[in-house]
Write a protein that binds this ligand. Structure first.
Ligand code: SF4
Length: 67
């Protein structure tokens, strides 16, 4: 499963890190970041962890994609 996070759109609500802390963390700039990934406007990782699907549903600005 590929996770894409468009950090440029993130409003820093913290919901994804709260519901899926194995994949998301809140970075020092106040936006979400994929764990163990260099900060950039667009981040991608491959993972078998399932909870990013829940994060897609709750993100208020729809900046998380899963495929
Ligand atoms: S749920 Fe969306 S807006 Fe909220 S911190 Fe996560 S990526 Fe950012």
């Amino acid at each position: 499963m590929q996770i894409t996070l468009e950090r440029s759109k993130c409003i820093g609500c913290g919901a994804c890190a709260s519901i899926c802390s194995d994949v998301f963390r809140m970075a020092h700039d106040g936006k979400s970041s994929l764990k163990d990934t260099e900060l950039s406007d667009l981040q991608k990782i491959e993972t078998e962890i399932a909870c990013p699907k829940e994060a897609v549903e709750i993100c208020p600005v729809k900046c998380i994609k899963v495929k």
